[in-house]
Design a protein. Structure first.
Length: 214
């Protein structure tokens, strides 16, 4: 009887230690594990929608190559390569298209005073997919501005936010004259489509703009 009780106690103690060790392993390697992003990357917890919820997003960037990483759950990640960046990238936040769709905004310096910007949406598997910019039949995965300045507004009145990138006009006086390229958002294709360009002068206000990203 005494021996049986001793065996039960030993078995219970060993089981407790085994469960504790397994719990610690799972916590360190999955729940508390962080992506190594380096000094040139970024990470942020973003809220995408009621259907998707909050997801941790990481940007890893080294040797002019980068990737965006979304933590789907405790142990699974999705990745996609970045384009159009030179030295570093950061997460600007989310661009709210509507209640069901939010885009991850990322940007980084290009050259001396320009800035490149890229957007991603989460697909049905909660994996990042790049939002395409279409201009003159060409598909681009990022846009840049040498001001640098990007405007956000519903330019065409369809209740979706559009994007305008601003550039210096070197045909005139680049210190006061600029060109604003406007891209309309196409919800069906989840892309920004170039519509028109307009001249502006001396940082004049962008009519109907609701946001500005420097």
């Amino acid at each position: 009887m005494f021996r049986t009780t001793t065996y039960k106690i030993i078995y219970l103690v060993v089981s407790i230690f085994a469960i504790a060790a397994l719990t610690y392993f799972l916590y360190q390697n999955f729940i508390a594990a962080d992506i190594e992003i380096s000094a040139n990357g970024d990470q942020k917890l973003l809220d995408f929608s009621a259907d998707i919820g909050k997801k941790m997003v990481f940007l890893r960037f080294e040797n002019k190559k980068g990737e965006i990483i979304v933590k789907k759950n405790l142990a699974n990640y999705c990745r996609h390569s970045l384009s159009g960046f030179e030295s570093s990238v950061k997460i600007d936040g989310t661009l709210d298209i509507n209640d069901q769709l939010k885009l991850v905004e990322i940007s980084g310096p290009v050259g001396i005073h320009s800035r490149s910007k890229q957007f991603f949406f989460l697909d049905q598997n909660h994996c990042p997919q790049p939002t395409v910019f279409v201009k003159d039949g060409q598909r681009m995965y990022n846009i840049f501005s040498d001001q640098p300045s990007f405007k956000i507004a519903d330019f065409n009145g369809d209740n979706y936010p559009d994007i305008a990138a601003e550039y210096r006009n070197y045909d005139l006086n680049p210190l006061i004259d600029g060109i604003r390229e406007v891209y309309y958002f196409n919800f069906e294709t989840k892309s920004f489509v170039y519509d028109h360009s307009e001249n502006y002068q001396d940082k004049e206000n962008c009519l109907n703009c609701t946001g500005e990203i420097k």
